[in-house]
Design a protein around this ligand. Structure first.
Ligand SMILES: NC(=O)c1ccc[n+]([C@@H]2O[C@H](COP(=O)([O-])OP(=O)(O)OC[C@H]3O[C@@H](n4cnc5c(N)ncnc54)[C@H](O)[C@@H]3O)[C@@H](O)[C@H]2O)c1
Length: 718
């Protein structure tokens, strides 16, 4: 009946018709403009065809339909109000047309049916699903809402509370859980999916199941009384706010919208949905979250691309080694084990090995306790780690990560000895956080096989791995190390060598911002609280306590030595030095900027400490309140200007990688999309003007000439 590039319509026996989604230009089905165009043509054909008993929707791909094409969102959302709404009316018209056909429709969901891909399923009269498939409406995770009838049909098929929970959480649900709440009708074995769905359709066509009555439910207001709806909405609103605060407008808009539209019939409810969808599509939060989704795809593609660009295929890594069983080495060994790599962990100290293994055990036991692993799986993973004091035990590794103490001389000695113990093809990476990769490569005979691999602490939960290319590092080393990081479930981003590499370089610019503020009498507790309200996971003073005040002072020294033109101490003694000199090392000895006590779960809890406040007041005078905008600007602009320099110097290749590095490396607030996205949203001219106000304080704030040119030309990073 119809054959397009994305879908086809075929008559089956007994006047049933199959609408099969099968994108011939890619491995997945998604709702891009072309697919929607073809769907419109196919539905027109069905409208004018005669003698149709029923419609079966199927997919020719491993997933059903993964959703709308997010790469088209930018252009779609740039459409002005009326055009956007016209588009929404047109697409919703397709869904309603399908729902209103005089014959029944059943969808066979064989894999992921997400977003728009699930919304079309909701427009069908019944949903038969393979037991390994997943469904969901993830749009609020992108700062928008399901705009093709999802907020209208899901509550009418399930119930208000369930639908609100599904949509505000943006989660994916298994076939079984979807059936429990009536979001799907029948769960079947994958091999029987098509035949069972067809059978379901035949029964509907024969009148064994009243599809018209099912439809009526979706066309009418919700049966639940308004006060029940209000009470549910209130509870979900409280839960959302307590989880993410007021920073994410999408779930809050959804709650308001669905409460109102619960009392409306389908057409009016869909109109309300389109208006709310448009409103959200214009928010900075949706631009940021969609940008992150695309940024994530970009870094994944880039990381895989290094291997694809090589002339020769890289051999599979079979055995990894970690040198140093401390906080980081132990964490890296654990990460290897849970991702299926066999790993040898070497140290010079038996007690360090014991400690590393105990940490791994603790994490594995936690996973067993949470039901994420069985005892058996945990034991198998634990057995992947071989602790050793013997140099010879790592000789057959094909990838070794050095994570010994942060001391250049010791590291050089360890790396040089390692190179002699390993085969010439083995890749070696250092987890140093501050020492130049080029300097560490100096004693090596094969510097081409060496690079930095900067994991973040705690290794198991921090997603970023900075892969640092030294001047002699080969492309195959970068490709192999990125492949290894991906295998460990991490997000590798390749950067060039410089003091602090990328993340610490910009983070320490922010920390210098804090030091200067406190030196001028600002209250570090007020600064922390403002930074947290702004969305940072922790304020800078608290962050320094977590990192360790000794480490912070060491890193300050590295930055001042490496980039002396900007990283300059503006007083004889700086706040973090004063804190350090008072023997306060941060969380590690329970006192730094704050003091710490262990809570009932054994976690350090931060408390205000008058002693620390006094140390700073004695040096810098009584605390004074600062303007909120000034505090945020002095922290963020220092970071932003340093990031601009990193981009211009080629330390990081693109704004998208820069932003993803901060999101995954320091927990930069996702709803702001990263520091480059933040600069775009603020406007580059405003950024330059505001930064200029502080240049007299520090060169860290000076905008580059190129940034000024971009601002003058009205350009943006994205
Ligand atoms: N701790 C962090 O937050 C963090 C974050 C990122 C990177 N790093 C970097 O990771 C590396 C390790 O840091 P850490 O915090 O795990 O240190 P750590 O002090 O906890 O552990 C270092 C381990 O190295 C061992 N060691 C020392 N000399 C050795 C040798 N010759 N051979 C084998 N083992 C040796 C020590 O016994 C110790 O167990 C450092 O380069 C550090 O800068 C640390």
């Amino acid at each position: 009946m119809y054959t397009g590039n994305k879908l086809s319509l075929n008559r089956l026996e007994q006047d049933f018709v199959e609408l099969n989604f099968n994108n011939c230009n890619g491995s997945i089905n998604k709702f891009d403009r072309e697919t929607l165009g073809e769907l419109s043509e196919a539905l027109d054909i069905l409208s004018s065809a005669t003698n149709i008993q029923g419609l079966l929707l199927t997919s020719g791909k491993a997933a059903f339909i993964v959703g709308a094409d997010i790469t088209e969102f930018k252009a779609m959302f740039a459409a002005m109000g009326q055009q956007f709404l016209d588009d929404a009316v047109r697409i919703n018209g397709l869904m309603s047309k399908l729902e209103d056909f005089p014959f029944p429709s059943v969808v066979a969901i064989n894999g992921f049916a997400l977003g728009g891909g699930f919304e079309i399923c909701l427009a069908c009269d019944a949903r038969v699903i393979s037991n390994n498939a997943k469904v969901g409406l993830p749009e609020t995770g992108l700062g928008i809402l399901p705009g093709w009838g999802g907020t209208v049909r899901l509550p009418r098929l399930t119930d208000f509370a369930t639908a609100l929970q599904w949509i505000t959480s943006a989660r994916q649900y298994s076939a079984k859980s979807a059936q429990t709440v009536n979001a799907v009708d029948l769960v079947v074995e994958p091999e029987n999916l098509r035949s069972e769905a067809l059978q379901f359709l035949q029964k509907m066509a024969e009148g064994q199941s009243d599809f018209k009555q099912r439809r009526q439910q979706k066309l009418s207001p919700l049966p639940q009384p308004a006060d029940t709806i209000e009470a549910v909405a209130e509870a979900v609103r409280d839960a959302v706010i307590s989880k993410v605060g007021n920073h994410y407008p999408a779930p809050l808009t959804v709650i308001e919208l669905m409460t109102e539209s619960s009392q409306l019939p389908r057409e009016q409810a869909i109109e309300q949905e389109s208006l709310a969808f448009y409103k959200l599509s214009q928010t900075p939060e949706s631009r940021a979250l969609i940008g992150l989704f695309l940024g994530d795809q970009h870094i994944a593609k880039k990381a895989k691309g290094y291997a694809l660009a090589l002339d020769q295929k890289l051999p599979e890594l079979s055995k990894a080694g970690v040198i140093g069983a401390g906080i980081m080495g132990g964490g890296i060994a654990y990460q290897n084990a849970i991702q299926g790599y066999s790993v040898t962990m070497k140290d010079i100290d038996q007690s360090a090995l014991d400690l590393g293994l105990r940490e791994a055990d603790k994490l594995l036991n936690k996973s067993v306790g949470r039901g994420k692993l069985t005892e058996q799986q945990a034991l198998q993973m634990r057995a992947q780690i071989t602790p050793t004091l013997d140099d010879g035990a790592i000789a057959d590794c094909d990838m070794v990560v050095e994570a010994v103490v942060e001391h250049e001389g010791i590291k050089k000695q360890v790396l040089s000895a390692l190179e002699n113990q390993l085969t010439p093809s083995t890749y070696i990476a250092s987890n140093t956080s501050t020492i130049s990769i080029n300097r560490l490569a100096e004693p090596l005979q094969r510097p081409e096989n060496f690079c930095g691999m900067h994991f973040f602490n705690p290794v198991h939960s921090m997603k970023l791995v900075e892969v640092i290319r030294g001047e002699n590092t080969s492309d195959s080393t970068i490709a192999a190390v990125c492949g290894y990081a991906l295998g460990l479930g991490k997000k590798p981003i390749v950067v060039n060598d410089c003091p602090g590499f990328l993340v610490n370089r910009v983070l320490f610019a922010l920390c210098f911002g804090l030091e200067m503020l406190v030196e001028q009498g600002a209250d570090f507790q007020q600064i922390d609280s403002l930074a947290e309200q702004w969305g940072m996971p922790m304020g800078p003073a608290y962050l320094m306590d977590v990192v360790g005040i000794d480490t912070v002072n060491h890193c300050h020294g590295v930055m001042m030595e490496g980039l002396p033109e900007r990283f300059v101490k503006t007083a004889d003694i700086w706040p973090s030095e004063a804190i350090f000199k008072a023997g306060r090392l941060g969380q590690k000895n329970a006192k730094g900027y704050y003091k710490y006590e262990l809570n009932e779960k054994g976690k350090p809890t931060k408390m205000s400490d008058p002693d620390a406040v006094k140390i700073l007041q004695d040096l810098f005078g009584p605390c004074r309140e600062l303007d909120q905008q000034e505090v945020i600007d002095r922290l963020m602009l220092a970071m932003a200007m340093e990031m601009v320099r990193c981009l211009e110097e080629g330390i990081v290749a693109s704004p998208a990688e820069a932003d993803m590095a901060l999101i995954y490396g320091v927990g930069f607030p996702p709803f702001r999309g990263g520091i480059c996205r933040w600069m775009d949203e603020e406007g580059l001219q405003s950024i330059c003007d505001r930064a200029d106000q502080y240049v007299a304080l520090s060169e860290l704030y000076r905008p580059t000439d190129k940034l000024r040119e971009m601002a003058a030309a009205g350009k943006t990073f994205y």
